[in-house]
Ligand binder design. Structure first.
Ligand SMILES: [Zn+2]
Length: 170
């Protein structure tokens, strides 16, 4: 099973693409590594609550998510975290505001292309729970949830469900 029907270089249908990892054309030797993408996720905490976003786009539209996103080329993970938070929530974080938590692999199906990601989690403690959505196209709403009341079934991505379950559930 492949999301490519033809070789992008010579249009041959003779190719291998096991596990969607390395595409190799048997006719022209075109090679493409479908490497994992790196992404960041931010766990904002205030008192005993964790901030979730409600996704406004697929994959997993309507499900709970964390603020964050893909790391751009030539960007550090911390820079990506600060940029995404500025874009999504209008907050200006410093790298020193971020506490590394862990990493977790994720599946990200976008327009029928199955991406594999490595999500890098940071925690950021806030001194106020007043926070608003800047990127309304991406985020339906923000919800603060008590750690004892987090419903894992409402979380879309496996990486986020796993980290919240292991590190933040009470
Ligand atoms: Zn080819």
């Amino acid at each position: 099973m492949s999301f490519f029907k033809f070789c992008p270089s010579c249009a041959s249908t003779h190719f291998t693409f096991p596990d969607n990892r390395r595409f190799l054309c048997e006719d022209c030797e075109f090679t493409y590594y479908h490497n994992i993408a790196a992404a960041v996720a931010l766990v904002f905490t205030f008192e005993d609550k964790v901030l979730f976003t409600v996704r406004n786009v697929d994959p997993d539209k309507g499900k709970w998510d964390l603020p964050g996103g893909f790391i751009d080329p030539n960007e550090t993970a911390e820079e990506a975290a600060c940029r995404e938070i500025r874009e999504e929530l209008g907050l200006n974080l410093q790298v020193s505001d971020l506490k590394y938590v862990t990493t977790s692999p994720n599946n990200y199906l976008y327009k029928n292309v199955p991406y594999k990601t490595m999500d890098i989690f940071y925690e950021c403690q806030l001194t106020s729970d007043i926070i608003k959505v800047e990127a309304e196209d991406e985020i339906q709403e923000l919800i603060w949830v008590k750690r004892s009341e987090i419903d894992l079934d409402k979380i879309g991505f496996v990486s986020i469900r796993k980290v919240i379950r292991e590190k933040y559930l009470k």
